[in-house]
Design a protein around this ligand. Structure first.
Ligand code: CO
Length: 213
C-alpha cells in the first residue's frame, strides 16, 4: 500500500516550487476567486480539469462526477451551476466528456451495477434518445465514442433547461454553454461545435423559464 503521508511531502515540495517563483502567490490567491469558466467533467483520475484545459489555479470553477452528468434531480451539479452563474458570473460553462469513459461504457452493458444503476440510467436515457443513430454504427468503438459525445451534448441541453441559465443569458448574454471531449489517446480536446443559441431556442419551446415570479 502506498504511504498516505506521501501527499504531505509532495504538497511541501509544490508550495516551495510555487513560492520560489512568486513569494506572494498564496497571499494573492487567498483574496478571492474570479474564474471565467465553469468546467463540468468526469471524475476519472486521468482527466484533470486544469491540466487538460491548460488553465491556472483560480481560472476554473470545477464540478466532476461519473460521466460528467447534470441530471434534473441532482442537487450538487445544479447548486454549482447556479452559484457559478449568480455569484461568480462565469462567462462560459464547458461540459467536457472523454473517450474511454468507464461510466459511459458500463451504461452500454446489459447488466446491473446495484446502486450505480440510478446514476448510469441518465446515460442509458441518452442512448434511448439517440437509439436509431447509435444502432446504425456497427463498429463498437465508434458507437462508444459517439455515445460519449451525445452524452456531453445532452448534459449541455440539461444546463440550458435551468431557469438560472435562461434568465442570466437572456439578460446578460452570459454564460454560453459549450460541449467538448478530451481524447486521452492523443491528449487533444475536441470541440463538438455545440450550437448554443439554436439549442436554447429549441429548449425554450417547452422549457421556457425565462420569467421569474
Ligand atoms: Co469518465
Amino acid at each position: 500500500m502506498k504511504r498516505y503521508d506521501k501527499i504531505f511531502d509532495l504538497n511541501k515540495k509544490w508550495v516551495d516550487k510555487v513560492t520560489n517563483n512568486n513569494p506572494e502567490f498564496f497571499q494573492e490567491l487567498s483574496q478571492g476567486q474570479n474564474p471565467d469558466y465553469l468546467y463540468i467533467g468526469c471524475s476519472d483520475s486521468r482527466v484533470p480539469a486544469n491540466e487538460v484545459t491548460g488553465l491556472d489555479i483560480g481560472d476554473l470553477f470545477v464540478h466532476r462526477n461519473i460521466a460528467n452528468q447534470v441530471p434534473a434531480n441532482d442537487l450538487s451539479s445544479h447548486s454549482i451551476i447556479q452559484y457559478a452563474i449568480d455569484v461568480l458570473e462565469v462567462k462560459h460553462i464547458v461540459v467536457c466528456g472523454h473517450y474511454g469513459c468507464g461510466g459511459v461504457h458500463e451504461a452500454m452493458q446489459p447488466h446491473s451495477h446495484g446502486e450505480l444503476d440510478n446514476w448510469l440510467r441518465n446515460i442509458r436515457d441518452v442512448y434511448r434518445m439517440h437509439f436509431d443513430e447509435l444502432n446504425k454504427i456497427k463498429d463498437e468503438t465508434k458507437k462508444y465514442d459517439r455515445l460519449v459525445e451525445l452524452n456531453v451534448i445532452e448534459q449541455c441541453v440539461n444546463i440550458i433547461k435551468t431557469s438560472f441559465l435562461q434568465q442570466s443569458y437572456l439578460k446578460n448574454k452570459t454564460p454560453m454553454v459549450h460541449a467538448c471531449v478530451w481524447d486521452m489517446r492523443t491528449g487533444y480536446l475536441k470541440d463538438l461545435d455545440f450550437n448554443f443559441e439554436e439549442h436554447l431556442k429549441d429548449v425554450q419551446k417547452v422549457y421556457n423559464l425565462e420569467n421569474g415570479e
